[in-house]
Design a binder for this molecule. Structure first.
Ligand SMILES: CCCCCCCCCCCCCCCC(=O)SCCNC(=O)CCNC(=O)[C@H](O)C(C)(C)COP(=O)(O)O
Ligand code: A3P
Length: 326
């Protein structure tokens, strides 16, 4: 049935061979590089209205410098260059909800969890939940709240950014904030509060929250789905072999009735990861500077490294977090 629990010492190299491949992460820098190059050389990705006086232009060949200007300021030619495109509004902007759904769909349906031997089932589920908690906490602290403004908002203010085109009165009213001074407003403002108050979030280094979330979310789902699928292939393969040794065309991904729900869940998870990748590509083409995309990428890959690659070499950490599919 399910793969057996393995002791760490004699099988470490074998376990590492079956662990999620680190090289798969190369898809993210490649995506950002290709998207950024496309944005630099494509006439459609370089609006003619762009002024050369813009100080960010050297690093931002696309509409990136207008990134936090409210909608209506520019009129992008491509559907995906619009902030209000349907995928941005209903997929990315609530992206962690989709990632959470996809993860729990896996957790509740995959044989790797549901058909594990009794002792292992709880452990595998707990470790998967812990990995989810780690990436969710990282997402939460980076994009939502870090003892006040999120990490990316703090980074923006620390690098000289502020909420512009706004009077202190309007700021306090629009943001619903009781503040004493303009300095205080600048410090406590988040990008979201600035926008709600009708201001423009401008000046500092604006780490791309989209790049961060889309890379982390899709890598998380990719590793988890791959782990569950590999385990499934082993289970299905050995079961089929036991049933009929002579049946040489029993494929591991056979879609009989019993398997339809787990297969659907895996396809859903791959779908969410795939759409995340596509939106990442769109962000790479239409939004942000090279540096802002790079910083979003670096943070997300750091979290993916700690969650999925470090356990391959650090055994005490592996005992805590586990490795998907092992
Ligand atoms: C071992 C430690 C255990 C600790 C447990 C960790 C738990 C952490 C916390 C919290 C909450 C979890 C909630 C999970 C359920 C949800 O998914 S609800 C969240 C819904 N919100 C979203 O999905 C928003 C996604 N969007 C964004 O993050 C941003 O819009 C963006 C994509 C980063 C872009 O930013 P903009 O400013 O909008 O450009
Ligand atoms: N792929 C994409 N499609 C549409 N809008 C995108 C996008 N990537 C980034 N954006 C928009 O660019 C702004 C900054 O994104 P980021 O999260 O990367 O910092 C956000 O604008 P708003 O905050 O005005 O919605 C976001 O919606």
């Amino acid at each position: 049935m399910a793969t057996s629990s393995r002791s760490v010492s004699p099988t470490q190299s074998k376990a590492n061979r079956r662990a999620p491949p680190a090289i798969a992460l190369i898809i993210y820098p490649i995506t950002l590089i290709v998207g950024s190059i496309f944005s630099a050389i494509s006439p459609t990705a370089r609006p003619p209205s762009r002024g050369s006086s813009d100080p960010a232009s050297a690093l931002a060949p696309t509409i990136a410098a207008d990134i936090n200007v409210p909608d209506g300021h520019s009129s992008p030619v491509n559907y995906f260059a619009r902030k209000n495109n349907i995928f941005n509004l209903y997929f990315v902007k609530i992206g962690w909800v989709w990632i959470t759904f996809a993860f729990f769909a896996l957790l509740l349906t995959q044989p790797y969890f549901t058909k594990a031997p009794s002792g292992l089932r709880g452990k595998r589920s707990a470790q998967a939940l812990l990995r989810y908690s780690i990436v969710t906490l990282a997402w939460f602290l980076t994009t939502q709240w870090f003892f006040g403004p999120a990490v990316i908002d703090r980074a923006f203010v620390l690098t000289g950014g502020k909420c512009e085109s706004l009077t202190p009165l309007a700021a306090a009213a629009g943001g619903g904030l009781a503040v004493d001074s303009w300095e205080e407003i600048k410090l406590i403002f988040t990008a979201a509060a600035c926008k709600v108050a009708g201001g423009v979030w401008r000046g500092g280094h604006d780490v791309s929250g989209h790049v961060f979330m889309l890379v982390l979310g899709s890598a998380f789902l990719g590793f988890e789905t791959l782990g569950a699928s590999r385990s499934y292939l082993n289970v299905a393969g050995s079961e089929a072999k036991a049933k009929d040794d002579s049946d040489d065309d029993s494929t591991s991904d056979n879609e009989d009735d019993d398997d339809s729900v787990p297969i659907f869940a895996r396809r859903f998870a791959w779908g969410v990861a795939g759409l995340s990748w596509w939106m990442l590509f769109m962000t790479a083409i239409w939004f942000h500077t090279w540096l802002e995309k790079l910083s979003g990428l670096a943070i997300s890959l750091g979290v993916a490294y700690v969650t999925y690659l470090l356990p391959q070499s650090l055994l005490p950490w592996r005992d805590i977090t586990g490795i998907p599919g092992l």
